[in-house]
Design a protein around this ligand. Structure first.
Ligand code: TXA
Ligand code: MG
Length: 334
């Protein structure tokens, strides 16, 4: 793989930092990760501190070759083998029985471990040169939207972490699939969709965010997530969205609230921006929406008081988009 000038040097330097117990930010195909040597408890502890992440929320272990799943997990069920063959490297994280070599701090004391092989040349080379699996959550302050651009890393961490810059192509985090039960469970939907997984291994269940609040199967499910600086309102239907804006327009203008409205695919006809209210689109396809989502939450969230999104069908990657929007929303209008 040929990298842009200077990138090779940066990857080498980052690998040295990982080997000596430090933390680095690096691109993956989904979002940026904040990585450390998965075998080094002190290094992993730094990740939790930098993010302000609760200690009971485990991290994903990243590997650079498929067979390394055996050094991270204790058992690889048949269904896992099928999915690894099909979707790795790629945005699919598997929860498997933990190998004792992985320290408890990585898995928050659970007997299971989340593992994935990212599909990004920089991430893969970094892991390879480091010579160890890399524990890495998304590179954001806990509770904030995940970073998809180098500027987001600088906003969150300033100069505190060494950064390798690179492009992210998906924009939402990997699908997390728990394979430790008879019927596999999707703990977090992403670009590898329920439909794609079921085609390969049969029935899987989706853990509903609400239910997960009561039985936190994946600790990450119980925390508030992705909250932008602005108030986020999610409206499931276009007609309701148009009415809501018409009804509130005057009020927002009087109060001097700056509002940005995101329609999916196209703006309705005769729906113009005004000085306080900008009308925009979230994406022309679900893929594009996913790629734009966190960038909008972070960058437009700084500029506006209110962000309003039109919901999308909860199918394919639309399920992953809606999962993030629902968690980020202050208010949902059905
Ligand atoms: O795309 C991604 O997955 C990105 C990139 C950097 O790889 N990483 C990422 O990590 O999103 P993080 O830490 O932000 O999200 C990991 C999710 C959390 O919801 C966590 O609770 C869950 O995976 N998780 C980790 N280990 C688990 C385990 N043993 N059992 C159940 N859930 C687990
Ligand atoms: Mg995260």
């Amino acid at each position: 793989m040929q990298f842009k000038k200077g990138i090779d040097e940066k990857i080498k330097k980052a690998a040295e930092i990982i080997k000596s117990g430090g933390v680095v930010a690096f691109p993956t195909e989904t979002v940026y990760g904040l990585g450390a040597n998965a075998y080094d408890e002190q290094a992993v502890k730094k990740i939790f501190e930098l993010k302000g992440r609760p200690q009971d929320n485990p991290l994903i272990v990243h590997i650079s070759k498929k067979q390394d799943v055996y050094i991270v997990a204790r058992e690889i069920p048949e269904k896992a083998k099928v999915l690894i063959g099909e979707f790795w490297p790629g945005p699919l994280t598997l929860v498997l029985p933990k190998n004792p070599s992985i320290p408890d701090i990585v898995t928050a004391g659970l007997d299971t471990v989340a593992v994935r092989m990212p599909d990004h040349p920089i991430a893969l080379k970094l892991i390879r040169l480091s010579g160890v699996p890399i524990a890495a959550p998304s590179a954001n302050i806990s509770g904030k939207p995940s970073a998809t651009q180098p500027e987001h890393i600088k906003k969150y961490f300033g100069e505190k972490v060494f950064l390798i810059e690179g492009k992210v192509k998906i924009g939402i985090e990997s699908t997390v699939l728990d394979l430790t039960e008879d019927v596999p469970k999707i703990l977090r939907p992403g670009a590898i969709t329920k439909e794609m997984i079921e085609r390969k291994i049969g029935k899987v269940e989706l853990v509903e965010y609400k239910k997960a609040d009561f039985i936190p199967k994946s600790p990450g499910l119980k925390y508030r997530h992705y909250t932008p600086d602005a108030e986020l309102i999610l409206i499931l239907r276009k007609d309701k969205m148009i009415n809501f804006i018409k009804e509130n327009r005057r009020n927002w203008e009087e109060k001097g609230k700056k509002v940005c409205v995101f329609f999916f695919r196209e703006k309705p006809k005769k729906f113009e921006s005004s000085p306080n209210i900008k009308v925009s689109i979230s994406g022309r396809s679900l893929r594009e929406f996913a790629k734009n989502l966190f960038k909008i939450l972070i960058e437009e969230g700084e500029k506006y008081d209110i962000l309003i999104f039109e919901g999308v069908d909860e199918r394919g990657i639309g399920l992953g988009i809606m999962n993030r929007l629902k968690k980020a929303a202050r208010r949902i209008i059905r």
